[in-house]
Design a protein around this ligand. Structure first.
Ligand SMILES: Nc1nc2c(ncn2[C@@H]2O[C@H](COP(=O)(O)OP(=O)(O)O)[C@@H](O)[C@H]2O)c(=O)[nH]1
Ligand SMILES: [Mg+2]
Length: 341
């Protein structure tokens, strides 16, 4: 067996592989699960210099990845308890990060939430989904940091978790020239598993909910040389047109815009309730679905309120200044509402 392997490797092995290659390759000896093997094959492909002399070697690893993936799927299908990863929702909405290894998902979560997820410059540091709360003005949005995925390497629970989330934050790596094709691979794989990621302002036909997820693309590592050009190219190369926001988890550039875009994905309005004769409580809004009415708000406040509701008064930046509105008046983001029973 050992000799056969050696022969096989020699046949494809170009002479000038970098030292990391051999270090990573040595890890194969201890890899047990298909997932562990795929991780190592992907890392090997990443360090192999791409040129004519290495084509065969890369092709061989791609074949091995495909094989290991089939093996993994077979094992999961026959496993008694397939792993699930359900994250309890909290805050104004749940947004799951999706992206290839090393794109900076954990770094972004850290920069956006102030929390401390594990960050490392080697891929696959994050192994399980982990929720963190991101403050945005007066609300908190739940961000889920996730293990990296690729078109080849996606655990069966991953698409299920995306299905449960309210929206997706896709992360691209401006330092990686292959990032667009990596993202396309991820999108394709999700589609195979019946999850479609779409641009933020596309309408979702109600009968297909919840397998279509509004998505914004954070193109990370804006601080590196050539990032502006890479950002432009990404717009051309990506098959699906998402709203793209260039950010740097390191310098913090673009993060305010990203927070707002993530909030926009949720399609909710924040409304502040006001007691007659008192000032509005501007720090703890009710978050309601976009299109909600005064009556919906009354229901959210208290069941009794909705039964007895007569009218409401609304204050907002658009010019309502305590105007009287009826029960089916549609509320806007940041309206201050006084319910009258
Ligand atoms: N230059 C630069 N490096 C970054 C940025 N964000 C993350 N990184 C680096 O990219 C590597 C991977 O980051 P990590 O957050 O662990 O990526 P993940 O695998 O997607 O969670 C680490 O070495 C980070 O320090 C960024 O905005 N700029
Ligand atoms: Mg990570």
């Amino acid at each position: 067996m050992v000799t056969r392997l050696a022969v096989c490797y020699n046949r494809f092995m170009p002479a000038n592989l970098p030292p990391e290659y051999h270090k990573i390759e040595a890890e194969l000896r201890t890899a047990r699960t298909p997932r562990e093997k795929i991780e190592i094959y992907e890392r090997l492909i990443a360090v192999i210099p791409h040129h004519k002399g290495t084509d065969k070697l890369i092709a061989m690893y791609r074949q091995k990845i495909a094989k290991a993936r089939e093996e993994g799927e077979r094992r999961q299908a026959t496993a008694k308890h397939a792993p699930t990863c359900k994250v309890e929702k909290s805050g104004a909405g749940q947004v799951v990060l999706v992206g290839p290894p090393n794109a900076g998902k954990s770094s972004l979560v850290k920069a956006l939430t102030g929390a401390n997820p594990e960050v490392a410059d080697y891929p696959f540091t994050t192994r399980l989904p982990a929720p963190y709360m991101m403050p945005f003005e007066t609300v908190q949005i739940q961000l889920i940091d996730t293990p990296p995925v690729t078109g080849e390497l996606m655990e069966t629970w991953f698409p299920e978790m995306v299905k449960m989330a309210d929206a997706v934050l896709l992360v691209a790596d401006l330092a990686d020239p292959d990032t667009a094709s990596q993202l396309d691979g991820i999108l394709r794989r999700l589609k195979e598993r019946k999850v479609d990621l779409i641009g933020a302002w596309t309408d979702i036909p109600p009968e297909r909910f919840p397998f279509i997820k509004r998505t914004v693309l954070a193109a990370n590592k804006l601080d590196i040389d050539g990032a502006a050009k890479a950002f432009e190219d990404l717009g051309v190369l990506l098959e699906t047109p998402f709203e793209r926001i260039a950010v740097s988890a390191v310098t913090g550039r673009g993060l305010e815009g990203l927070r707002r875009a993530v909030f926009g994905l949720l399609r909710v309005v924040r409304v502040y309730s006001k007691i007659p004769g008192k000032r509005a409580e501007k720090h703890s809004p009710f978050t309601l679905k976009l299109g909600s009415t005064v009556m919906d708000m009354a229901r959210a406040v208290h069941k009794d309120f909705s039964e007895k509701l007569q009218y409401a008064r609304v204050w907002n930046a658009a010019g309502l200044d305590g105007h009287r509105v009826n029960r089916d008046h549609v509320l806007a983001d940041e309206d201050v509402v006084e319910l009258h029973i």
